[in-house]
Write a new protein. Structure first.
Ligand SMILES: Nc1ncnc2c1ncn2[C@@H]1O[C@H](COP(=O)(O)OP(=O)(O)O)[C@@H](O)[C@H]1O
Ligand SMILES: [Mg+2]
Length: 254
């Protein structure tokens, strides 16, 4: 598998707080990397740096083999990085199809003259897409407002797939979900993986993170302190690294 994202020595401080102190992260195509760590370890800051929300103070990011420095999430998205937060930015007043095609609507010409949004085609494409991810959303014309948290995640994932994103970042996607919906998110992560999309998966529920991931990176106070195959570790070991005060294991597993 070729390397999709490589972040090296990323530093970021907020005033006196050093949120990232030389963080490294590698994600390959079709690989799900779980990033775990205690509250305040720097997980969200890391993904905000990768997705262009924050500018790093130091370090470098290679995406698709090229050095990048995204000035905004929009720029990151343009390069193929989509971030799905727990509180998704979906347009509540629009339907599912409109959300997937928001800002990139398919157009047609009314009477062959006046450009109008091609709602029929959008609905058709959306139905096909929802079918592909086996979503339980019955209708592309359903208002997003009426969807459950899990269904909203499905819309965001459908959007990322349709627009051929290369890396999808999920920050605590299951935090507000009931157990069956959380399981469904794991299924969606698998779908992304099968499409060859790289995924960074953050979840404070370590069992879900272990189940979703191929590999696990443990962060402790702004650094990577451990990296392992998901199949070769367990909750107990992860917690040890998450809470460890020593720097044991730092950089030792690569
Ligand atoms: N915008 C910000 N301004 C100031 N401090 C921040 C900001 N974002 C994060 N931090 C601080 O950076 C550290 C890492 O936070 P965060 O990345 O949110 O951790 P995590 O997601 O692992 O819980 C914390 O000490 C947090 O308070
Ligand atoms: Mg966080």
């Amino acid at each position: 598998m070729s390397e999709l994202l490589e972040a090296r020595g990323i530093r970021k401080h907020f005033g006196a707080v050093e949120a990232l102190r030389g963080m490294d992260l590698t994600v390959r195509e079709g690989e799900v990397v779980a990033v775990v760590g205690d509250n305040g370890a720097g997980k969200s800051t890391l993904i905000k740096v990768i997705s262009g929300v924050h500018q790093p103070d130091g370090g470098e990011i290679l995406f698709d083999g090229r050095p990048v420095r995204f000035q905004s999430p929009r720029e990151a998205r343009g390069a193929g990085i989509e971030t799905i937060y727990q509180d998704l930015a979906l347009a509540n007043h629009l339907n599912v199809g409109a959300n997937i095609f928001l800002g990139r609507e398919m157009m047609t010409r009314w009477l062959g003259l006046i450009p109008v949004i091609d709602a029929k085609r959008i609905n058709r494409e959306t139905a096909r897409l929802l079918n592909r991810i086996e979503s339980r959303i019955p209708d592309p014309r359903a208002a997003v407002m009426n969807l459950s948290g899990g269904q909203r995640q499905a819309v965001a994932i459908a959007r990322a797939m349709y627009w051929k994103m290369k890396l999808v970042i999920m920050d605590e996607p299951t935090a507000a979900l009931a157990v069956p919906e959380a399981r469904n998110v794991l299924r969606l992560v698998k779908t992304l993986k099968d499409e060859g999309i790289g995924v960074i998966y953050i979840d404070h529920n370590l069992l879900l993170a272990l189940e979703a991931a191929d590999s696990v990176v443990v962060m402790n106070r702004g650094r990577k302190v451990h990296e392992t195959r998901a199949s070769e570790t367990d909750q107990e070991e992860l917690i040890r690294y998450m809470t460890g005060r020593s720097e044991v294991g730092r950089g030792g597993t690569k």
